[in-house]
Design a protein around this ligand. Sequence first.
Ligand code: GDP
Ligand code: MG
Length: 303
Amino acid sequence: MTPLSGRLSPSYRSGVVGIIGRPNVGKSTLLNYFLGEKLAIVSPRPQTTRTRLLGVLTRADAQVLFLDTPGFHRPEHALGRSMLKAAHAVVEEADVLVAVIDARAGITPDDERVFGRLRQAKRPALVAINKIDLVKKPRLLPILEACAKTRLFAEAIPVSARTGDQMPLLLERLVSLLPEGPRWYEPGQRTDQTTRQLIGELVREQALLATHQEVPHAVAVLIDALEHGEQLVTIQATILVERPGQKAILIGRGGAMLKQIGQEARRQIERLVGRKVYLGLWVKVAPQWRQDERMLRQLGYVS
Ligand code: GDP
Ligand code: MG
């Protein structure tokens, strides 16, 4: 990357903040909160985030390049392996790391494995104890102590990425750990995701929210066509699943489920593109796509 020209104060700070943690602790919610918009999709299903995702926050005194990651998990297929690889790569790439844990659970064995990875990385790090809106204050004390005991973190900060509680403090602390540096991105640039990718993710999010158990893991979305008209953005997309039973679930009785997914996704996409959207949705069975390197490339999950 080459820095942008232009005069910035000599104390300008910039760098990469890697957001790491086990699945479902709220990493993507944290990124969206800092960016003030939905860059990363969020769901109660584990492993919602499948790739590394950049969110750029530009301020007068600093530019923070947040990298959201798929959670550290035990991979079971080619997609899982590439997700884990992405998480490891972010640890290497980051100037500062923020480990996210869930205040309801404290430090679990899975969190400890993440901490082990962080220990190897030898980067300045903070731990965000997230979801404090769901626990009583006294429950936080032993977690804070346990975090201090690891000696891994400059600070442990209880936050709620959902309500925003303590999030400004977390941001200030992260910025203070960044090195001095230039602006790498134009202030208007928020992410490295294309509109096409963001649209695919918004469709996938609704499919995740509408289904349970193994179905969410089997879902991927291909954007077949995307046309920007003056009044209307026209999109054709295919939802891939691995088995005919999953296809039946997604379509639903008389197509009701697919209709619901399409309506909500369309609303979200209209917010993203700022225009009316026509969204045509299909569901297709692609057996074993998670093991298929060519398909993973086409979906943008591996490069
Ligand atoms: P990730 O897998 O770590 O990226 O987690 P997500 O950001 O996808 O969040 C997982 C689930 O936790 C979603 O249902 C979020 O809405 C929820 N969540 C995230 N942060 C908070 C929080 O601060 N409070 C509450 N109550 N829920 C949260
Ligand atoms: Mg996520």
